[in-house]
Ligand binder design. Structure first.
Ligand SMILES: Cc1ncc(C[n+]2csc(CCOP(=O)(O)OP(=O)(O)O)c2C)c(N)n1
Ligand SMILES: [Mg+2]
Length: 550
C-alpha cells in the first residue's frame, strides 16, 4: 500500500491536468508540492515576486486560452499574490493560485504566518476553496480549473493548510476519477429569435459598428469575427487588449476615427466585452443616445446588469453566435449596405492621418515617446507579442503601435495596474517561445517588477525590453506632481549586472540601431534592454478613461 501526502497529490493532479508550466516562489508549507511538481516534469519557473507569478500566468493564459497555475508560500507569499489575482479578476483571466497556509489544526492560535487568506482572496477571485480532505484534492483541483475557465473566465484561489499538505493517505482511497477530467468546451448558441432580431436591425441600420473585446479571444472566435466583418462590411473596433482578433490594418478598421465612429453609430454590436468604462459603458456622451445596442456575451448576468439597456441581448458563445449571424445575413446583408458609412470613416481617417495631431512629436530636447514607439512599431515582427505598461507609454502606445494577431496585445488592462509589463513578457514568452516578445515599459512601472529580468535571464526566456525613460512617473510638463521624479534610472546597466544585454539611447537616430543590436542578443538567447531617454514633458492628450488621471 503506497501512501501519498497532500503535497504529492496536488503535484500529481496538476500533471494529470496537463499543466506544463508553473510560476512560483518557494516557501513553506509548499516545498514538497513544488518539489513533486518538478519530479512530475512540470516546468517550474521561480520568479522574484509572487505578484509577478500571477501576472506571468495571466499573459500565459491569454496567449494559450487555457488556465494557468501559480504557487505561493503562506502569509506574505499569499498577500503578495493579491494584486495579481485582482488584476486577473478585473481582466477576467483564468489564473489558478495555490497558497500555503498555517495548519488547520492550529487555526486561531496565532501560529506562524496565520492570516485569513481565504477571506483575503475572496474579493480578488471568481472562486476560492480550501483543502480539508485529502481524498477530495483531485476533485477540488479539477473544479478550480473548470471554474476558472467556464463562462466568463476568472481567477481561482486554493488555500492549502500545512497539515493537509503533509498528511498521508493510502493512494487507493483517493478518487482519481476527477483528475484530468476535460474542461467543458461548450459553445452555447444564441437564441434564434434574438439572432434574427440582430439580422433585421442590421438590415435597418445605416451606421453599424462592432465593439469587440477579449471574449473573442477566449472563445477563439477570431476567424469567425473576420469572416463576419468581411461578409457584412460592418466596421470594427476592439478594446485595447482585444486587439489583433482581426488585424489592425484590415480595410474595415478605421483606428483614427474611433471617437466619431462611436458617436455616430446607429447600431452598436457589443461582442464579447463588458460594457464598462473602457468603452464608455457604450453610453452617451461617447455613444449616441438613440443607437440600438446589441450584445453578444457568454454571461447572461453581464447582459442583464449592463450599464446601458441592451435592446438585443444574445447570450451565447462568440464563435457560435458569429456562425449563426454569418448564416443569418446570407442574401440579406452585403458590404454594399454600409458603403457610405465606411467611406465617411475612411475619409476622416485619411484626413486625420495627414494632419499633424496633438500627439505628434515636437522635439526640442529629449526624444518624444511617440518617436520611440514608432521605432519599436517599425522594428517589431508582424506577429510580435507586445506587452505595454506605464501611463504615457501605454496611452501613446495605444495610438502608435498596432497589433495583427489575436491575444498578442497585453496592456495594464482594465484594472490599470502598473508593473504588469515585464512579468507579462515572461509569461508570454513561456507560452509562445517562438514568437518575438517585446516589453515596452514606462520607467516607473518597470521598477515595480524589474527583478523579473533576473527570472528571464536565469530561465533563459529571451525578451526584448524597451524603456521610455522620462525620469519618473507619467509626463509632467509643469513639474508639479508629488513624488513624480525618479531620476534617469540606468535599467540598461541593471540588466547587464544581472547577466543581460543593455543599451542606453539619448538620440533619436540611435534607437533603431540599438533595437537591432538588442534583438541580436535576444536571438542568441539573452535578455536585452534598450533604455531610451524620453521627454518628461510629453503628456498624452486624448480620450480619457476616467474623471481623474495620474
Ligand atoms: C500598482 C499601481 N500603482 C500606482 C498606480 C498609479 N499610476 C498610474 S500611472 C502611473 C505612472 C506610470 O509611470 P511610468 O511607468 O514611468 O510610465 P510613463 O507614464 O512615465 O510612460 C502611476 C504611478 C497604478 N496605476 N498602479
Ligand atoms: Mg515614466
Amino acid at each position: 500500500m503506497a501512501e501519498l501526502t497532500g503535497s504529492e497529490i496536488i503535484a500529481k493532479c496538476l500533471a494529470k491536468e496537463g499543466v506544463a508550466d508553473l510560476f512560483y516562489i518557494m516557501g513553506g508549507p509548499m516545498l514538497l508540492a513544488e518539489a513533486t511538481c518538478i519530479k512530475e516534469g512540470i516546468r517550474m519557473i521561480d520568479v522574484r515576486h509572487e505578484q509577478a507569478a500571477a501576472f506571468a500566468c495571466q499573459a500565459y493564459s491569454r496567449l494559450k486560452q487555457i488556465p494557468s497555475v501559480c504557487m505561493a508560500a503562506s502569509g506574505p507569499g499569499v498577500t503578495n499574490l493579491v494584486t495579481g489575482m485582482a488584476n486577473a479578476l478585473v481582466d477576467c483571466c483564468p489564473v489558478v493560485a495555490f497558497g500555503g497556509s498555517s495548519p488547520l489544526s492550529q487555526f486561531g492560535r496565532q501560529v506562524f504566518q496565520e492570516i485569513d487568506q481565504v477571506e483575503l482572496m475572496r474579493g480578488c477571485c471568481k472562486y476560492v476553496d480550501r483543502l480539508i480532505n485529502l481524498k477530495r484534492i483531485p476533485q477540488q483541483i479539477n473544479f478550480a480549473l473548470q471554474k476558472a475557465m467556464t463562462g466568463k473566465p476568472g481567477p481561482v484561489y486554493i488555500d492549502c493548510p500545512g497539515d493537509m499538505l503533509y498528511q498521508k493517505i493510502d493512494e487507493n482511497l483517493i478518487d482519481w476519477s476527477y483528475a484530468g477530467r476535460p474542461l467543458v468546451d461548450s459553445r452555447p448558441l444564441g437564441d434564434p429569435r434574438q439572432v434574427a432580431a440582430l439580422v433585421s436591425a442590421l438590415q435597418k441600420a445605416e451606421r453599424p459598428l462592432i465593439v469587440s473585446g477579449s471574449g473573442v479571444i477566449w472563445s477563439r472566435a477570431w476567424s469567425e469575427m473576420q469572416q463576419f466583418v468581411e461578409a457584412s462590411g460592418v466596421p470594427f473596433y476592439t478594446t485595447p487588449q482585444g486587439r489583433g482578433v482581426v488585424p489592425d490594418d484590415h480595410e474595415y478598421s478605421y483606428l483614427a476615427m474611433r471617437s466619431s465612429a462611436f458617436r455616430d453609430a446607429d447600431l452598436i454590436i457589443v461582442l464579447g466585452t463588458r460594457m464598462n468604462y473602457i468603452i464608455g459603458h457604450a453610453s452617451p456622451p461617447r455613444f449616441g443616445p438613440n443607437a440600438t445596442i446589441a450584445r453578444i456575451d457568454i454571461d447572461s448576468a453581464e447582459i442583464a446588469t449592463a450599464a446601458r439597456y441592451v435592446d438585443i441581448p444574445i447570450v451565447g458563445d462568440c464563435k457560435a453566435v458569429l456562425g449563426q449571424l454569418l448564416e443569418g445575413i446570407k442574401g440579406k446583408i452585403t458590404p454594399g449596405n454600409y458603403k457610405a458609412w465606411r467611406q465617411k470613416l475612411h475619409d476622416g481617417e485619411q484626413q486625420k492621418r495627414s494632419a499633424a495631431g496633438a500627439n505628434r512629436p515636437a522635439e526640442d530636447g529629449d526624444i518624444h515617446p511617440v518617436r520611440m514607439l514608432e521605432a519599436v512599431r517599425d522594428f517589431a515582427n508582424r506577429d510580435a507579442i507586445l506587452c505595454v505598461d506605464g501611463q504615457e507609454t501605454l496611452n501613446f502606445g495605444r495610438q502608435t503601435m498596432p497589433t495583427f494577431s489575436p491575444g498578442h496585445r497585453l496592456n495594464s488592462g482594465p484594472f490599470g495596474t502598473m508593473g504588469v509589463g515585464l512579468p507579462f513578457g515572461v509569461g508570454a514568452k513561456v507560452a509562445c517561445p517562438d514568437k518575438q516578445v517585446i516589453v515596452v515599459h514606462g520607467d516607473g512601472s518597470m521598477g515595480m517588477n524589474a527583478m523579473e529580468m533576473d527570472t528571464a535571464i536565469r530561465h533563459k526566456i529571451p525578451l526584448l525590453i524597451v524603456i521610455s525613460l522620462n525620469g519618473g512617473w507619467t509626463g509632467d510638463p509643469k513639474r508639479e506632481k508629488p513624488g513624480r521624479d525618479l531620476g534617469y534610472m540606468r535599467y540598461d546597466l541593471m540588466c547587464e549586472a544581472l547577466g543581460g544585454y543593455g543599451q542606453y539611447v539619448t538620440k533619436p537616430e540611435d534607437i533603431t540601431p540599438a533595437l537591432e543590436r538588442a534583438q541580436k542578443a535576444v536571438d542568441e538567447g539573452r535578455v536585452a534592454l534598450v533604455n531610451v531617454r524620453t521627454d518628461y514633458r510629453a503628456r498624452f492628450s486624448g480620450a480619457s478613461f476616467s474623471d481623474y488621471s495620474t
